[in-house]
Design a protein around this ligand. Structure first.
Ligand SMILES: NC(=O)c1ccc[n+]([C@@H]2O[C@H](COP(=O)([O-])OP(=O)(O)OC[C@H]3O[C@@H](n4cnc5c(N)ncnc54)[C@H](O)[C@@H]3O)[C@@H](O)[C@H]2O)c1
Length: 132
């Protein structure tokens, strides 16, 4: 399956790499261009046991790719994981702006390039409790 991961910090990078390791074709996007460049050279921005080797292996077999082009990333994915950070606001509540931007980018790209998405019964964001 073609999978996209938007936001490749601790959660996104590990998720994307493991999904590639089990045979999916994964494209990872991040707004941090330096992080993308680093990963393309085989460097990993944090320590997680065996992660560097898993990234190297899957990148070498073209199952794992890193891009700074959000449209390229979104076009690729049949399924899109958003793993951007949720920093705290001054009042302690979660700042969800970092996830709403990639959601908007995904929605606009899907509307123009992935017509099959339009007819699928999916929704963004959490379900209301009243919807069961
Ligand atoms: N790390 C954990 O153990 C953990 C556990 C449970 C839940 N979470 C949640 O998972 C999410 C990710 O956590 P994390 O620890 O990987 O965060 P992180 O800060 O390590 O990574 C977030 C990444 O998102 C990128 N990003 C920010 N805005 C973006 C955008 N608009 N488009 C694309 N990329 C963008 C950042 O550059 C960064 O690389 C958060 O919502 C966090 O609350 C994390």
């Amino acid at each position: 399956m073609n999978i996209t991961v938007l936001g490749i910090g601790y959660v996104g990078l590990v998720t994307g790499t493991c999904l590639a390791e089990i045979g999916n074709d994964v494209v990872c996007f991040d707004v941090d261009h330096e992080k993308i460049d680093l990963l393309r050279t085989g460097e990993v921005p944090f320590h997680e046991r065996d992660l560097a080797e898993l990234i190297r292996r899957n990148a070498a077999s073209s199952r794992l790719r890193f891009t700074s082009d959000v449209a390229d990333a979104v076009r690729h994915g049949e399924v899109i994981f958003i793993a951007t950070g949720t920093p705290a606001r001054r009042d302690g509540s979660a700042n969800l702006d970092t996830s709403s931007r990639p959601r908007a980018a995904s929605a606009s790209t899907c509307r123009t390039t992935r017509s099959s998405f339009r007819n699928r019964p999916f929704r963004w964001g959490p379900r209301n409790a009243s919807e069961g």
